[in-house]
Design a protein around this ligand. Sequence first.
Ligand code: MF3
Ligand code: CO
Length: 267
Amino acid sequence: MITLKSPREIETMRRSGKITSKVLTDLMKAARPGMTTAQLDAMAEKGIRELGGIPTFKGYHGYTASICASVNDEVVHGIPGDRVLKDGDLLSIDIGTTFEGYVSDSAVTVPIGTISRNAQQLLDVTQECLMVGIAQMKRGNHIGDIGAAVQKHAESHGYGVVRELVGHGVGTAMHEEPQVPNYGKPGTGALLRPGLVLAIEPMITEGDYQVEILKDGWTVVTADGKLAAHFEHTIAVTDDGPKILTLRNCGEHPDVEKYRPKEEAVA
Ligand code: MF3
Ligand code: CO
């Protein structure tokens, strides 16, 4: 069952999203060579709690940390630990906050020190994939329009789109219906209506899209060992178009119009 949120609930989710985005911004600034992923996790939990939130991931199906920290070929769900970040690593940070009973969920991939041109392009295109997906979140469109747009953008650069994991509805629970695949056909799936809140999260690979899970039962890695990137926002469909509830103040350009396909000129 898909639940639509009232404007009041969306406002609470925005406040939840503000905590998520503030703490995520701090983590992005802090992440550097020599640091461990456990240190970032400790910062995240402290930051979320200081702002009045609860780390959503902690205790979720037995997960022990407040963030996921996935390095290089790790796609998502990397468990923070004593791994030391080194120059040239790609780090994906995924974080969720529960505030007044409402969840916000967001992720970014950031360079650690200096990364290769290829890695930077993967990161840029994955962020663009998130934006082209968000740009489809207007009333009257369908879930399939989101995935189709993400897939088209990723594959136009020769990248892979992970199939096993998908975006999701979000609200009082982190994972609500509907599922939001990062691939698909335009015009298919549930109708997008005002009040629908989704976490869109493209997971894009440099090589093949096949993934495996490590023995820790959580960490998802690319099967071919190549790099992966992951960006995620929590977004509401409103009468005024998509509203990104986890928007970061610094360095993010919420110009969704830019990412909407131009109407094709009639020949
Ligand atoms: N943002 C992720 C998701 O939507 C992370 C949750 S994994 C957790 O699936 F178990 F750590 F919470
Ligand atoms: Co999510």
